[in-house]
Design a protein around this ligand. Structure first.
Ligand code: NDP
Ligand code: OXD
Length: 309
């Protein structure tokens, strides 16, 4: 039984070194070197080349290096029926919360606008907002959204969530499903998208949804570029229905040089950096699942192929 690492960002050797440091006995290979493909039972992947998983006839588990698994199920060469796991990690969740909170304060206090004003040496106060002036709506009350909601509440924000299923024990009110989407949106001044990208959520951030937000709402997309209909966002910013947007994820990454988001005065672009898997925290959980796989035990953090998350 062996592991193969498949990612295309030049970081394979770092991850192999960390896996081996934590368990000197494991056999772990880069997909770029010669390796015994029939011995591979676990592939740990991040945006792997489409079809590459088909080379492993005895694959039992595909583990995502991140929280998202959309790129695994999007691969037409995904070997259906193989277990898929993902990262659920307290550091990933707290990093995400911090990023969202930073973006919200940036919006409330106009900081990005002041940076632009500074460049043109423009000394003019803008009206700022307070925590009490806004309510935050979080789409996706899972591992990441749920912690962000709790942390925002501790700051004093009015917060509510939206999810597929009720969260009766959560301290933050959660609206459920399509029937409660409209009331969720009309109560939201700052919308945070933390949904997984699935057939149901693809393109969910569109003109119709934005129209249900109050005038002057702000949108933060830290989930996936596929959630957003880019032209609809531009239209709703340009007609002043939306006050601004902070975007960390895009249909194509890196964001193409000629994309209008780069130069839009109401859009803050960040390079898919809201929350990045921490090697020291994630490697032990990958190894734990590898041990479980070897023993035939249940795997942790398994996702549903049917639901896509
Ligand atoms: P989870 O699977 O833990 O949570 C997903 C949440 O979305 C759940 O509450 C789920 O509802 C809800 N949901 C799913 N589908 C629907 C739907 N159709 N309608 C309403 N609610 C729905 O995911 P995580 O919180 O761990 O991660 C969320 C996403 O964040 C990842 O998939 C990834 O794309 C993105 N991400 C981005 C990062 C970045 O740096 N920008 C870093 C890490 C992750 P229910 O609880 O009822 O199942
Ligand atoms: C993830 C990500 O899914 O970094 O973990 O986007």
């Amino acid at each position: 039984m062996s592991i193969v690492i498949i990612r295309q960002d030049g970081k394979i050797n770092e991850w192999i070194a960390s896996l081996k440091k934590n368990n000197t006995d494991i056999e772990v290979y880069s997909y770029l070197e010669a390796h015994p493909k029939d011995k591979i039972t676990m592939a740990i992947v991040w945006k792997h080349p489409s079809g590459s998983l088909l080379e492993y006839p005895n694959l039992k588990c595909v583990a995502s290096f991140g929280a998202g698994v959309d790129f695994i199920f999007d691969d037409p060469g995904f070997p259906s029926g193989v277990a898929v796991t993902r990262v659920v990690d307290p550091i990933l969740a707290s990093d995400m919360s911090e990023f969202i909170i930073a973006n919200i304060f940036n919006f409330l206090k106009n900081l990005t606008d002041y940076k632009a004003a500074q460049i043109s040496e423009d000394w003019n106060r803008k009206t700022y907002k307070r925590i009490a002036d806004v309510s935050v709506g979080i789409m996706g009350m899972g591992a990441l959204g749920s912690l962000a909601a709790i942390n925002l509440k501790q700051y004093g924000f009015r917060v509510h969530g939206w999810a597929n299923s009720p969260k009766p024990h959560h301290e933050v009110r959660t609206y459920v499903g399509q029937t409660e989407l409209q009331p969720f949106l009309s109560a939201t001044d700052i919308l945070v998208c933390l949904l997984p990208l699935t057939e149901d959520t693809n393109g969910i951030l569109n003109k119709e949804l934005f129209k249900d937000l109050p005038q002057g709402a702000y949108v933060i997309n830290v989930a996936r570029g596929g959630h957003l209909v880019d032209e609809d966002l531009l239209e709703m910013l340009d007609n002043d229905h939306l006050a601004g947007a902070s975007l960390d994820v895009f249909h194509q990454e890196p964001l193409p040089k000629d994309h209008p988001f780069w130069r839009h005065p109401k859009i803050l672009v960040t390079p898919h950096t809201a929350s990045v898997s921490d090697m020291d925290s994630v490697v032990p959980q990958l190894l734990e699942n590898y041990n479980r796989l070897q023993k035939g035990a249940f795997l942790n953090n398994i996702v549903s192929e049917e639901k896509g998350y």
